[in-house]
Write a protein that binds this ligand. Structure first.
Ligand code: SME
Length: 175
């Protein structure tokens, strides 16, 4: 049961197809989250955080698959997500119990990877994955998740801009 049901290469191809679909960016990112969570053992929570263009150095929760989280807004610098945003580079934590700057979503989580998402040279969001297994994210996973982040970048940028417009009321025709 615990075997990996899908290969990284096959999932990457399916993620590419999902990213190029005809739905809106939120739906397409949701599909990508679902592909990863369903396709890979130990990818227990898979979600995107968006850089909020209307706030100062702040991440806001986007599409995700897994248990609901209380961490819907995270300032740069806080938790693993905030550290990855501040450094602008991938952060892998093999044992979250050893990390002092960590925001717990569930006591079941043991390891985490957070990959920054860049579009047009700017940080637009992050792809965050939690595992109930320790040290779940090795070098192959890192390369895979970074590739998925790259595929997702235009969608993350579009959704961040769209959500910001909705919140500030400047995009009344959004829908
Ligand atoms: N653990 C993250 C918070 C987000 S949840 O994992 C969904 C962190 O420390 O930033």
């Amino acid at each position: 049961m615990d075997d990996r049901p899908s290969s990284h290469a096959a999932l990457l191809q399916r993620a590419r197809e999902a990213a190029g679909g005809s739905q809106g960016p939120a739906e397409r990112l949701q599909t990508i989250c679902r592909l990863l969570r369903d396709g890979l053992a130990g990818y227990d929570w898979v979600g995107f955080y968006l850089v909020d263009p209307a706030a100062d150095r702040s991440l806001v929760l986007g599409p995700y698959e897994g248990e609901p989280t209380e961490h819907t807004r995270i300032p740069f610098g806080r938790g693993i997500c905030g550290q990855a945003a501040e450094r602008g580079e991938t952060v892998v934590v093999d044992d979250v119990s050893q990390e002092s700057n960590y925001l717990a979503c569930s006591t079941a989580v043991q390891s985490e990877i957070v990959v920054p998402v860049y579009h047009g040279g700017s940080l637009v969001g992050e792809l965050d994955i939690d595992s109930h297994r320790s040290a779940r994210f090795g070098p192959e996973d890192r390369a895979f998740v970074e590739a998925v982040a790259g595929i997702s970048a235009p969608l993350v940028a579009a959704l961040a801009a769209q959500e910001s417009g909705c919140r500030s009321g400047t995009n009344g025709l959004h829908g």
